[in-house]
Design a protein. Structure first.
Length: 185
């Protein structure tokens, strides 16, 4: 299925924000995710309380997705942590080519066969390759995946083998953990 979805969801503060403070997130209801063509990462156009956005939804490991809401989008929508927000989304007709992470880009430049393999893959395959690499929780694992990815691409592999982009079967992905819903605004 590939259709528009409209829903309401609470805007949550993540327990851990990393270096970027004050971002928020929301988890899509499963019925909204079922309208999307894939359970893995997918780019959508949408509105959040009327404010337009184009963002990549992340898999939550429960056959649904979650959306990171940046500070500028939160401010444009006029919403705060804990608010119930109205969201409308539609998947893009054609997924944009993903940005290649710097470490992987350097590895591709150093390996012409891998670079040729990369250029022969589809956009969705590229999205999965990058997701597989960037989903590593440790630097050592990520470096290993970058090297393995180059080896596989150089040998003619076009898709990541044995990678569940939804996280459902491997439980590799989850939405952020919510913090206390006390507003700081």
């Amino acid at each position: 299925m590939n259709k528009n979805a409209a829903f309401t969801a609470p805007l949550q503060r993540p327990k851990e924000t990393g270096v970027e403070e004050n971002w928020a997130f929301l988890v899509l209801p499963k019925s909204a995710s079922e309208c999307l063509p894939r359970r893995g990462r997918i780019t959508v156009d949408g509105t959040l309380n009327g404010a337009a956005f184009r963002e990549m939804l992340e898999p939550d490991g429960q056959l649904s997705h979650w959306l990171k809401v940046s500070v500028p989008l939160r401010e444009a929508a006029g919403v705060s942590f804990g608010d119930l927000v109205k969201v409308e989304i539609v998947p893009l007709q054609e997924e944009p080519d993903p940005a290649v992470p710097e470490d992987f880009g350097k590895a591709l430049e150093a390996n012409p066969e891998a670079h040729l393999g990369w250029n022969s893959t589809t956009t969705l395959a590229r999205l999965d390759w990058i997701h597989w690499m960037t989903s590593a929780k440790q630097k050592k694992t990520r470096a290993k995946r970058v090297a393995e990815g180059c080896d596989k691409l150089a040998s003619g592999k076009r898709r990541v083998c044995c990678f569940d982009p939804s996280g459902f079967y491997s439980k590799a992905f989850t939405s952020p953990q919510p913090a206390d819903s006390k507003p700081i605004d």
